[in-house]
Design a protein around this ligand. Structure first.
Ligand code: 8X3
Length: 274
């Protein structure tokens, strides 16, 4: 029985591959960048299978799953980690192509792979779907627009899966990280602008990929009767802001002048009728 981890070539996925392999599990690391996976394979040995797969491409997902060798064909845990944020522009200025890429990867890819893997879990009456959501799926922030919305999908999809899987023994969790560094997340979001990406993590202590990998392993190792629906994790340094209120501009001089004039005119008219 194997653990299938998507987005395995970096960040959370890479840390999860190492952590699950070190705990003795057979791990399939899936990603587009096969050379990164081959490095992991060289490090982790026979317990690791490098699977080239583009989750955003349903045909690639299908053929990658079909290509799995026998010892890795039974998937006991699918960790839907692959996903991305692109851009931080306001909705009316954002690049629509970025929105499409996020929707295709974070929603379509995740849903399609889950749909492919679930039947074998249900047939065995055991298995685990572990999704990587985000705090952005719960808390809106400027520029989060479609990225946050895809993660809200992941959150609700995870909960709805639990409803459908009642009585099957298949567990579902959604891990929702906040600010996490030492990953390619911001490099990808800002399209290779390293300076802008570095600023996000400057002078603060963020969550590390290992924190997320440890959480995933802890979830997987809970007893079979226990389902953790949602795990929301922030660094201590991150918190909540006040809800902003847009104010109307104060009355202009002109309006005030008009008020003064109308008051004095009103006084004159009143005097005439005295
Ligand atoms: C990553 C967390 O706050 O950068 O999903 O959107 S955040």
């Amino acid at each position: 029985m194997a653990i299938l981890i998507t987005g395995a070539s970096a960040g959370f996925g890479e840390a999860m591959c190492r952590t699950f392999a070190a705990a003795g599990y057979a791990v399939i690391g899936a990603a587009r960048r096969v050379e990164k996976l081959n490095q992991l394979a060289a490090e982790l040995g026979g317990n690791f299978y490098a699977l080239q797969m583009d989750v955003a491409d349903t045909q690639s997902v299908r053929s990658a799953l079909d290509s799995l060798p026998e010892p890795f064909r039974e998937i006991d845990c699918l960790i839907n980690n692959a996903g991305l944020a692109l851009g931080l522009d306001a909705a009316h200025e954002a690049d629509f192509a970025d929105w499409e890429t996020m929707i295709q990867t974070n929603i379509v890819g995740l849903a399609f792979l889950t749909r492919q893997v679930l039947p074998q879990m249900v047939a065995r009456k055991s298995g685990y779907i572990m999704n990587l959501g985000s705090i952005a799926g719960t808390y809106p922030y400027p520029g989060g627009n479609v990225y946050g919305a895809t993660k809200a999908f992941v959150r609700q999809f995870s909960l709805n899966l639990r409803a459908d899987l009642a009585g099957t023994g298949v567990r579902v969790s959604n891990i929702e990280p906040g600010l996490c560094g030492d990953t390619e997340f911001s490099q990808v979001r800002f399209k290779g602008d390293g300076e802008r990406a570095a600023k996000v993590y400057e002078h603060t202590q963020f969550i590390l990929p290992q924190d997320i990998a440890d959480t995933a392993l802890w979830l997987y190792q809970r007893p079979a009767h226990m389902n953790v629906n949602t795990v929301e994790i922030m660094p201590v340094s991150q918190s909540f802001g006040a809800l902003p209120v847009a104010k109307n501009p104060p009355p202009t001089e002109k309006v005030q002048d008009f008020d003064k004039q109308s008051t004095s005119l009103f006084a004159k008219i009143k005097a005439w009728f005295k």
